[in-house]
Ligand binder design. Structure first.
Ligand SMILES: [Zn+2]
Length: 289
């Protein structure tokens, strides 16, 4: 190779690296600092027709899942409202919004690059199939999705409900189902919303770390379980903190927090009736199978 060829190859390489970096930056975790992020609002946002088409696809998927699982046919407005539901963490709302816009740099989104090595990123390196959102969140063999959904299953059954593994549409509409089961429904629904959105987001974060960080190893089952437990415990502690009167009108009602976590706490029988100021942990996933 001549010196000029060598320089050209190096510059091509640098360009490719920059393109990858730019693409992957989109996948980084950057929850909106500002609650009024205009992207979170349906109105007032100017969408290109390509983006609009993607959104329609996501919404229609969400509607299909709701019809199939809950015999409901929510309007688009309801689905948008669900994505911004107050029971979801700010990070989870942002994550669902990004899913709806298919805005993460995955799968066929890599096909817009000419370079073969960038186009290759469209394929999951473990399963050798296109790395769609469905693939990552519900079928991939390498990012712990199966372990995480099994833990979510365990938690939801402890609440006394039948579990059905969510598809992408179910994840997008996790704030919409009603179960009409018992008097604890308000708390159970709130728990379900957190359970689905936080579990899905954790699957995404684990996958993302594995793909972006070339040195990263696949996590072991124990590591994945610990991550899930830590995510759920964080939500629990946050709920406990938010019952404090210093939050005044924004404080959460103690009874809602007690209902939300009923039946899924470790040593629940030994806790005070009002455990909101006690150290608590979630029960599910604590012991190895
Ligand atoms: Zn895969």
């Amino acid at each position: 190779m001549s010196k000029t060829d060598n320089v050209a190859a190096k510059s091509d390489n640098t360009k490719a690296k920059q393109m990858v970096k730019k693409g992957l930056r989109l996948n980084e975790e950057r929850g909106p600092e500002n609650r009024d992020d205009p992207k979170m609002k349906q109105s007032g946002i100017k969408l290109t027709s390509a983006t609009q088409e993607l959104i329609y696809k996501a919404i229609s998927k969400a509607q299909t899942s709701m019809r199939r699982a809950h015999r409901k046919n929510p309007m688009r407005g309801e689905i948008w409202k669900g994505i911004r539901h107050k029971n979801l963490s700010r990070e989870a709302r942002y994550f669902l919004m990004m899913l709806t816009h298919n805005a993460y740099m995955i799968g066929t989104n890599w096909h817009c690059f000419d370079k073969h090595e960038l186009q290759e990123r469209a394929t999951c390196k473990k399963c050798r199939e296109t790395e769609s959102l469905e693939h990552i969140l519900t079928t991939c063999r390498c990012n712990g999705q199966e372990i995480i959904w099994n833990l979510a299953n365990e938690a939801w059954e402890k609440k006394g409900y039948n579990w059905r593994k969510p598809d992408l549409g179910d994840i997008l509409t996790c704030a919409l189902p009603k179960f009409n089961k018992n008097k604890n429904e308000e708390g159970d629904l709130r728990f379900y919303r957190m359970l689905i959105s936080e579990s899905a987001r954790l699957i995404w974060l684990i996958r993302n770390n594995w793909v972006i960080n070339e040195q990263a190893q696949e996590l072991s089952e124990t590591e994945i379980r610990n991550k899930w437990i830590s995510v759920m415990n964080k939500q629990l502690t946050l709920d406990q903190d938010m019952t404090h009167h210093r939050f005044e009108k924004k404080a959460l009602s103690k009874s809602l927090v007690l209902k939300t976590w009923a039946k899924v706490l470790l040593n629940e029988n030994e806790l005070n009736e009002d455990w909101t100021s006690q150290g608590c942990k979630v029960l599910v996933g604590i012991w190895p199978r």
